[in-house]
Ligand binder design. Structure first.
Ligand code: SF4
Length: 313
């Protein structure tokens, strides 16, 4: 899959894995928060909303080249903070008549601050889904990672998005609590999901990136990353505690994989909850059992990244 982007689009084009085939419209550059310890995406960039004029022109240009796009993703990380975002979305809807899905990243706190009236307008303009980084439902883990939102705010933001009729995709960061808060992170993340009832839960495994603020904490001994087996156990606790309906769970990123030697032995869990919960738990139990008896070296994306075998995440 590939993304269309206009010639003005700056790199790298960060977007969720499932938007790999979407037309990308960059309404703003960077992240207005930009302080999460684990994130390196926009650290060299000051948040900058683009002018309406610039974005509308970009949309026009994109629509000429990618006229039949069915899915559109609005970048960067929190463009819903822009005052004129509903006009931008209306223009996307107008210029991409075949669009079935228009989505954006959004911070839960931004959704909470926008409130139901503004979100209703945004939905009416044509936005269909928001991708929100919950990362963890554990208060201490969120504080440690400097996520800038409490579980309570995550819940409020998620709920108001749902109330406005937007599809909600929550991202859970496996390993976010490190060894110390593995259990609390898993249980509390499930608790927040159970309250908010997102439409999608997407798992992404934390890899401490070179140059990240989290790497500094790790070197100071303040963050202790989990092993591949611990990561699987964390996913299992999270899933066991999940009680959501009509919710699609996906592990749609290679950071979730586990290798034994050069073979991938785990590609994550996928399914619709609650229907597929038993099968997904079966996969986790089977993999854990296999990892107990294997003689091969157990590897994950963190280990491969540290060894320089993976350079880009
Ligand atoms: S809110 Fe998102 S984009 Fe911004 S720093 Fe945190 S993880 Fe990165």
């Amino acid at each position: 899959m590939w993304n269309y982007h206009s010639l003005d689009y700056d790199y790298p084009p960060y977007r969720p894995p499932n938007e790999a085939g979407s037309a990308l419209i960059r309404a703003s550059r960077g992240c207005p928060w930009n302080r999460c310890l684990f994130c390196t995406m926009y650290k060299t960039l000051k948040f900058q909303p683009k002018s309406s004029e610039e974005v509308l022109k970009d949309i026009d240009k994109a629509a000429k080249i990618y006229a039949r796009a069915k899915t559109i993703f609005i970048a960067d990380s929190d463009s819903l903070v822009m005052k004129d975002i509903d006009d931008i979305i209306k223009h996307i809807k107008l210029r991409f008549p075949y669009a079935e899905r228009i989505t954006s990243y959004a911070r839960a706190k931004t959704l909470m601050k926008l409130g139901i009236d503004k979100l209703n307008k945004i939905k009416k303009a044509g936005l269909t889904r928001v991708h929100v980084g919950l990362e963890s439902g554990d208060k201490k883990t969120l504080e440690f990672l400097k996520k800038g939102s409490t579980p309570k705010e995550m819940i409020e933001g998620g709920k108001v998005a749902k109330e406005a009729g937007l599809d909600l995709s929550f991202y859970i960061l496996i390993g976010a609590g490190g060894k110390k808060r593995l259990k609390e992170h898993a249980i509390e993340s499930a608790r927040v999901c159970n309250i908010v009832k997102p439409d999608f839960i997407r798992l992404r495994t934390l890899v401490v990136q070179r140059g990240s603020l989290l790497e500094e904490k790790m070197k100071e001994g303040k963050y202790n990353p989990t092993s591949p087996v611990e990561k699987l156990k964390e996913v299992k606790i999270f899933l066991e505690n999940l009680d959501v309906k009509k919710c699609e769970l996906a592990s749609d990123h290679f950071t979730n994989y586990i290798w034994v030697g050069s073979n991938i032995v785990y590609r994550g869990i996928y399914g619709v909850l609650p229907k597929d919960k038993k099968d997904m738990l079966g996969i986790l139990n089977q993999t854990l059992k296999f990892l107990e008896i294997t003689d091969g070296e157990i590897l994950d994306a963190t280990i491969l990244y540290e060894r320089g075998m993976i350079n880009s995440l």
